[in-house]
Design a protein around this ligand. Structure first.
Ligand code: LCS
Length: 394
């Protein structure tokens, strides 16, 4: 494993290449469901944990293992577990840390399926959730109950780019013996490392920037040796949201360019946000890179830059928002984010449609909110496309 502390080197070299025989530059793809034991006794020893070695790909795989080791290094955590989807990472992490009768504090704006997991699925299993505005620290304190076990948030938030104070949340969580879980999908470890603020577990939808090429659905969980072992041996093993080795291989390929891709995403997003902010056809822009964003002061302290997602409200209603989106030609109308292609979507009717209208209003997700995942194209082309669509729609 690489000893370098430079992210740009770690993202290419961290983790053990499992090839011991041929000197492959690229990590070999171990596309196998199971592993053959030399003897029956050896199989038994592996199951008992008395001998290292692989058993069955749901429990571990050499290609997947390199991805896990790489992410552990990048997030500066002990270890990591790769999962089939980002939601698999969220669910496996929370279910390994919660049981019937427990309580979780979560931010009132999170990805739509995380919201429905917390409010619909967990309720059926006797796990109670309080959603709070995490920029209001008194509200977090008031939400604390004797049975609170976990605090969960995204920062910046999907879809409205709210940013929360990780140092305060890490301290609050430690003081109250909670497990803190941060979904770091929007920034990646290149731009933000929650571990620096005493956050216990970091998860990602690896579908997004980590892979970066729009051809994989996957997730990853980073944490202490104890946490990762617990998640792997319980909710991952028995519920089975294990990544395919082929998807792990694609992410290992995509992640090598993470740093340079994120730099371009950030540059393009900043220029787009500045363009939108000065346009009278746009009511409001949500991007922490703009000086008037309430969390702008976190840039350079908590986060290295503001990332590649920009949200904004056009001067218009629900119908005009959709009409604007339909006028674009270069932007693809699609959910997801973090790809080379610029993507645009309407949270109220798409990613955050699991929310009730009241919960959406409380979370600051309006009917005319539009979210862009700014891609890697030339920024002038993106701005020209936005400009012509705004002219036609407003
Ligand atoms: N966490 C965040 C912050 C996300 O944005 C998503 C997916 C997930 C977790 C779940 O990851 P998945 O299972 O899809 O890999 N976000 C999506 C979005 O904004 N549009 O489509 C998916």
């Amino acid at each position: 494993m690489t000893q370098s502390s430079h992210f740009e080197t770690q993202v290419i070299h961290a983790g053990d290449n499992p090839d011991q025989q041929y000197g492959c530059l690229s990590t070999p793809l171990y596309q196998t469901s199971t592993f053959v034991f030399e003897t029956a006794e050896q199989g038994g020893r592996r199951f008992a944990g008395e001998e290292p070695g692989y058993i069955y790909t749901r429990l571990g795989n050499p290609t997947t293992r390199q991805l896990e080791q790489r992410l552990a290094v990048l997030e500066n955590m002990d270890d990591a577990a790769a999962t089939a989807t980002g939601m698999g990472a969220v669910a496996a992490t929370l279910m390994a840390n919660l049981q019937c009768g427990d309580h979780i504090i979560a931010a009132n704006a999170v990805y739509g399926c995380t919201y429905s997991l917390l409010t619909e699925q967990f309720g059926r299993y006797g796990i109670e959730t309080t959603l709070v505005d995490m920029s209001d620290h008194h509200a977090i304190e008031r939400a604390l109950q004797p049975n609170t076990k976990v605090i969960f948030l995204e920062t910046p938030v999907n879809p409205n780019l709210d940013v929360f104070d990780l140092a305060w949340i890490g301290k609050f969580s430690r003081a109250n013996n909670l497990v803190s879980v941060v979904d770091n999908t929007f920034l990646t470890p290149y731009l933000q490392r929650p571990k620096d603020f005493d956050i216990d577990i970091v998860i990602h939808s690896a579908t997004k920037y980590l892979n970066g090429h729009g051809d994989v659905i996957a997730g990853i969980i980073c944490g202490s040796f104890e946490q990762i072992e617990n998640i792997k041996l319980t909710t991952l093993k028995d519920m089975g949201a294990t990544i395919s080795p082929h998807d792990a291989w694609l992410i290992l390929r995509g992640i090598k360019t993470l740093a340079i891709r994120m730099d371009r995403h950030c540059d393009n997003a900043q220029k787009l946000a500045e363009y939108l902010a000065q346009d009278s056809r746009v009511a409001k822009v949500f991007y922490p890179g703009l000086p008037d964003h309430p969390a702008h002061h976190f840039i350079g302290t908590q986060m290295k830059a503001a990332g590649g997602v920009v949200a904004f409200e056009i001067e218009g209603d629900y119908a005009q928002s959709l009409a604007f989106i339909n006028q674009l030609s270069l932007f693809k109308i699609a959910v997801s984010l973090g790809d080379a292609e610029s993507l645009i979507q309407h949270p109220a009717s798409m990613t955050h449609s699991p929310y009730t209208p009241e919960a959406r209003a409380k979370a600051g997700i309006s009917d005319n909110l539009i979210r862009i995942s700014v891609g890697l194209e030339h920024c002038d082309d993106l701005i020209a496309d936005l400009d012509q669509a705004l002219s036609k729609a407003t």
